[in-house]
Design a protein around this ligand. Sequence first.
Ligand SMILES: Cc1cc2nc3c(=O)[nH]c(=O)nc-3n(C[C@H](O)[C@H](O)[C@H](O)COP(=O)(O)OP(=O)(O)OC[C@H]3O[C@@H](n4cnc5c(N)ncnc54)[C@H](O)[C@@H]3O)c2cc1C
Ligand code: FES
Length: 274
Amino acid sequence: MGYKIVEREQWSEKVFMMKVVAPDIAKHRKAGNFIIFRLNEVGERIPLTIADADTNDGTIMIVTQDVGYSTAKLMELQVGDEIMDVIGPLGQPTHIEKHDGIVLCVGGGVGIAPLHPIAQSHHNNGNKVVSILGARDKSLIIMEDMMKKISEETLICTDNGSYGEKGLVTDMIKRVYEKGEKISEVIAIGPAIMMKFVAKLTKEYNLPTTVSLNPIMIDGTGMCGCCRVLVGTETKFACVEGPEFDGHLVDFDLLMKRQAMYKKEEHECSLKLG
Ligand SMILES: Cc1cc2nc3c(=O)[nH]c(=O)nc-3n(C[C@H](O)[C@H](O)[C@H](O)COP(=O)(O)OP(=O)(O)OC[C@H]3O[C@@H](n4cnc5c(N)ncnc54)[C@H](O)[C@@H]3O)c2cc1C
Ligand code: FES
């Protein structure tokens, strides 16, 4: 028996949300955790963050951007269909402590989905959350209402100015910083290149910065090392020791190089789609 999809919404051409019945995962998940799914017996294992969960109806929410073969196949599924395997919750939960300054939550594109449970957890623990949501264009700004609900203030920007301010998330961080309010922690989740530049800026400002990494994963339980990342001088397995790390210590160039390792195979696989 598989994991039933009970709700599905298309948020833009390539971004969609699904609620999947997985009561044990819904019960045990914490902010920062993710799942690994496999669609069918010939499917690959793909990691996705648990964007939200409801213990009353035993569902977890996943938000996915269609970037290749497996995510496109997932997008084809409808309410009533089943996913063969869903394992989780995986990864270390987010470290939450009480802060006297604001927690600046910065999400890029589909990175807003993994950012949401972390921001929510800070909010539920009494921290003041200010959110910055950025994307290439309007269609990729997701979960705006959900983020606004848990944020004291929400700044939105797009690269092409089609929604919110025209500019990058780093421009918005500068603006918040220059206002002078104390920032206790910055949390940045999005494409590796975005996290790299956020971390570079916040290092100049000396602001503690957490990032959530998305290296290629296979088992997600610490057995293979495929998800290894360099943090300071140490090699870490993102699936069991992360996915959250100190952004000032992560080697983002190595992460991007490793993420691109199977580009040729991924492209060939997508061409056979359908
Ligand atoms: C901890 C974690 C949480 C994530 N959360 C989300 C999320 O909430 N929503 C979301 O849309 N995406 C999330 N991702 C990224 C998602 O796993 C990839 O987009 C997905 O695996 C792409 O698979 P594909 O077959 O559709 O694309 P492919 O054609 O295989 O690849 C497209 C891109 O995805 C990357 N990728 C491929 N396989 C994997 C893999 N097994 N693990 C990681 N990256 C891979 C490739 O390097 C490439 O850049 C997360 C990744 C990690 C590690
Ligand atoms: S995915 Fe295999 S050790 Fe992390």
